[in-house]
Design a protein around this ligand. Structure first.
Ligand code: PLP
Length: 401
């Protein structure tokens, strides 16, 4: 221990912040509230015009021909797996470091998730490991734009095209991310988004599927409505009662209240992104010269949407492990988090898919040394300064190795 360091809050010293700064938080303004109230006073609370409007607004933002709104990002992933006709015994390649829903969705349709390792510097899926894990049973590749950085789509595209398999982009972290100026989602065959409150825009709960393939879009629309070919408003407009359920679907519909909020939030996306990027640039600048902690790498030509700001610790230089750092920063009032434990380490996966320890060494190594720092549009620069002050305080205490 360095004798010149301050006493950490975790050891009973004074905390940098008295009120904890969360790692993510929604931004809701008066126009958002008004948009929702307007729908509450209208005739359509669900399957109404606000749903169509949000889908059109979103399709324009993403540059996709079709956008289908559903009740969550997880529902969007499940729906996309169904649209792609992934079924019993089909293998789908998923990165080891992602939110469990990316992989659970493959299981929902009877498929088998096969885990690919991540690149050590970006924590996005490793194209060379995707190549190594492809078999004749591989039906799709799930690309997760981890933390907001687009995957290496050029390399993934070459692998996918050579085998005629689609790329499903789990873009839940990367709304607003671009590659060569174009929305990152346009580089995949089908992409999915989440509108959970910590994401770039929120509808409370909500999700979206985007694609240019009409057949997949039709399958997605049916799947979110019990597998029925028409929706309530279409029947009401054509004055018919008869409907046909042509396949087994779910009720994955999203309400007009949520979609009105979604359209209102989407208009603010450029501002939200700018604020996230400003905080990320400040963190980059503050930690770039430290030997004990580093930001994730950038990718040339890609603009990160910064859903998360993930740092990696050089544990060799510290007398602490990631759990100690997590506890110490939380005690200082900094709501750091961990994104994510390799999916196959969860008890359910061990039980149903066996012990896969060692299958993705970079993911396992990264998990032991990462933390996500707070980043969200309403954070002030003062808040960001507190994060850096706490990080310095904690690293100085455990440092000097
Ligand atoms: C948030 C998230 C999801 C799931 O979205 P929900 O809307 O919470 O269901 C899926 N994948 C990733 C990578 C996410 O971050």
């Amino acid at each position: 221990m360095n004798l010149l360091t301050e006493k950490l809050a975790v050891h009973g010293g004074p905390a940098v912040r008295s009120k904890t700064l969360p790692y993510g938080h929604q931004t809701i303004g008066a126009p958002d509230v008004e948009a929702v109230v307007e729908v509450l006073r209208s005739s359509w609370l669900t399957t109404g015009p606000a749903v169509d409007q949000f889908e059109r607004d979103f399709a324009t933002t993403i540059g996709a021909e079709h956008a289908i709104a559903v009740s969550s990002g997880t529902a969007a992933l499940h729906t996309a797996c169904h649209a792609l006709r992934i079924g019993k015994g089909d293998e789908v390649i998923v990165p080891a470091i992602t939110f469990i829903a990316s992989s659970n969705s493959v299981i929902y349709v009877g498929g088998v998730p096969v885990f690919a390792d991540v690149e050590a510097d970006t924590l996005t899926i490793s194209p060379s490991d995707v190549e190594a894990k492809i078999t004749d049973r591989t039906k799709a590749i799930v690309a997760v734009d981890f933390a907001g950085l687009p995957c290496n789509y050029a390399a993934l595209r070459a692998i996918a095209d050579a085998r005629g398999i689609p790329i499903l982009s789990d873009a839940c972290h990367s709304l607003g991310a671009t590659v060569g100026g174009a929305p990152a989602a346009t580089l995949a065959d089908i992409s999915v988004f989440s509108f959970h409150p910590v994401k770039h825009i929120t509808t409370g709960e909500g999700g979206m599927i985007c694609t240019n393939q009409s057949e997949w879009a039709t399958r997605a629309r049916r799947f979110r409505n019990h597998g029925i070919a028409t929706d309530h408003r279409q029947r009401s407009m054509t004055r018919t009662f008869h409907y046909e359920m042509v396949e087994l679907g779910y009720n994955y519909r999203i309400t007009d209240l949520q979609c009105a909020l979604g359209s209102s939030q989407l208009r603010q996306l450029p501002t939200f992104l700018e604020k996230r990027r400003r905080i990320a640039a400040y963190y980059d600048e503050q930690i770039q010269n430290r030997a004990d902690v580093q930001p994730l790498a950038r990718r040339r030509g890609a603009a990160n949407a910064y859903h998360l700001y993930v740092v990696k610790f050089q544990l060799e230089r510290l007398r602490a492990d990631r759990n100690d750092l997590f506890a110490a920063l939380n005690a200082e009032g900094i709501g750091v988090n961990v994104h994510y434990q390799p999916v196959y380490q969860h008890p359910y996966y061990r039980q149903h898919f066996g012990d896969q320890s060692g299958c993705c060494p970079e993911a396992e190594r990264a998990y032991e040394r990462i933390l996500s720092l707070p980043i969200f549009p309403e954070m002030s620069m003062g808040d960001a300064e507190d994060v850096i002050a706490a990080l310095r305080k904690v690293l100085d205490y455990y440092g000097g190795v």
